[in-house]
Ligand binder design. Structure first.
Ligand code: HEC
Ligand code: HEC
Length: 372
């Protein structure tokens, strides 16, 4: 029988800070995953999670009592035994029980894969971060990468939930102290105390300090390799002065990649009745602008918005971006009153919410809803 009167020191301060940082990173990354305009936060906390896990792997090989992987229980027979007797465990474990051992390793692997696949989506779909160069070659696969990222992230979250369920079983069924041990570092048990060597303390310190500084660095400057914007600012005035002048005289300038060739063809062949206005041009000018629009239409772009608007149109003859299914779907949750507000006025006034819109940038991080 274990002596319940004695406290054993099992989790070092570094393990506990790591654990808290991990909870913060995973929660924030999870919550922000649903908000496009928070994508850079999502990425920053996701990257930090990966850094935390990478250090944890090294920690697992550093001969730290209870935390080292060789102290984990991976025996499948023990796991089966533990799970089938979950309400009346035959054996008590000081460090990680068999279910927790498997969960920790699964979380480390899936967490790192989630981060890596996320960086791939960030690069292929948004043209951002270290993989931004992949946007040019793999943009057609952006949805595949996104699905992959979602599947891995969901698998990761399932293990997290299982881990939380296990902790709750420990608390309420076994009346154990796993939760408090992650706060004060001790468990009620008569076992050998954890003692860190000087080298382990240095490593532990570097682990938490690096992770915190890394997160602060990502949050404070978006001009770093992991989050940097690989999309180029387009100066349409320089690219095609005529297009710039003629097509932004009545409204904002719409970057050509937002509509496919066919839409521009129809629009440019009917300028005398352009949404009820007469926007007709001299024939040479019309042809020059038309050619420019056709050669820079959605078909020739690697941008997420270009690909998705085009795919959603399914060869229909729509010429208003705001009538494409993708546009409608992406803006359906926005309060209608905001579109009519003084700062926006109409839904086609994209630049009211998308900063840098007229420079061909439609990044998630540039979305700012004007305050009414
Ligand atoms: C005489 C004024 C005028 C000129 C010049 C003009 N437009 Fe328009 N345009 C309008 C009006 C009015 C609308 C419909 C209302 C709105 O969305 O602002 C419109 C709408 C659009 C839309 C659809 C916006 C949406 O709702 O998705 C596009 C795209 C567009 N114009 C492109 C162009 C291009 C390209 C040129 C240059 C060849 C051009 N416009 C020149 C008046 C003009
Ligand atoms: C009232 C503000 C507002 C206006 C005006 C607006 N948008 Fe948006 N747009 C948003 C918001 C907010 C989102 C993000 C929605 C979400 O999180 O799913 C968004 C998302 C998008 C996306 C998807 C972003 C991505 O990378 O996944 C595209 C593309 C887009 N808008 C294009 C346009 C275009 C083109 C116009 C003008 C014709 C326009 N928007 C007008 C607020 C606006």
């Amino acid at each position: 029988m274990t002596d319940m009167t004695k406290k054993t020191f099992v989790w070092s301060i570094f393990t506990r800070i790591f654990h808290i940082l991990l909870i913060i990173c995973v929660s924030i990354a999870y919550i922000t995953s649903d908000f496009d305009n928070l994508l850079s936060f999502h990425a920053a906390f996701g990257y930090t999670m990966v850094v935390l896990f990478l250090f944890r792997i090294v920690w697992g090989f550093m001969n730290v009592r209870y935390s080292k992987f060789s102290d984990f229980t991976f025996n499948l027979h023990d796991l089966f035994d533990y799970l089938t007797h979950i309400f009346h465990p035959k054996k008590s474990y000081i460090g990680h029980n068999p279910a927790a051992s498997w969960a920790v390793v699964a979380m480390i692997i899936l967490g790192i894969l989630t981060g890596m696949s996320g960086a791939l989506v960030y690069g292929t779909q948004e043209g951002m971060g270290i993989f931004s160069f992949l946007n040019h070659t793999y943009f057609k696969e952006m949805e595949l990468f996104e699905e992959l990222h979602e599947v891995i992230a969901n698998a990761f979250m399932l293990v997290v939930l299982a881990h939380i369920a296990g902790v709750l079983v420990d608390k309420f069924v076994h009346k154990g102290d796993a939760i408090t041990s992650m706060i004060d570092g001790t468990k009620n048990a008569n076992a050998t105390n954890l003692i860190l060597t000087f080298g382990q303390k240095i490593f532990g310190f570097v682990w938490v300090a690096t992770s915190i500084l890394f997160l602060l660095y990502l949050l404070s400057s978006s001009d770093n390799p992991l989050l940097k914007d690989g999309n180029t600012h387009i100066n349409y005035e320089q690219e095609h002065a005529l297009f710039f002048e003629e097509c932004s005289s009545c409204h904002i300038l719409y970057p050509p990649f937002l509509l496919p060739e066919n839409s521009w063809k129809i629009m440019m062949n009917n300028l005398e009745d352009h949404f009820g206005d007469d926007a007709s041009l001299e024939e040479v000018d019309r042809l020059s602008i038309k050619n420019y629009l056709l050669s820079h239409a959605a078909q020739h772009s690697t941008k997420e918005s270009a690909l998705k608007i085009m795919q959603s149109m399914k060869n229909k003859d729509t010429i208003a971006i705001t009538q494409t299914p993708y546009w409608i779907q992406r803006h359906k949750n926005i309060d209608k009153a905001l579109f009519q507000s003084a700062k926006v006025q109409k839904k086609s006034n994209c630049k009211a919410c998308h900063k840098n819109f007229e420079h061909g940038l439609l990044n998630d991080k540039d979305i700012h809803l004007p305050k009414e």
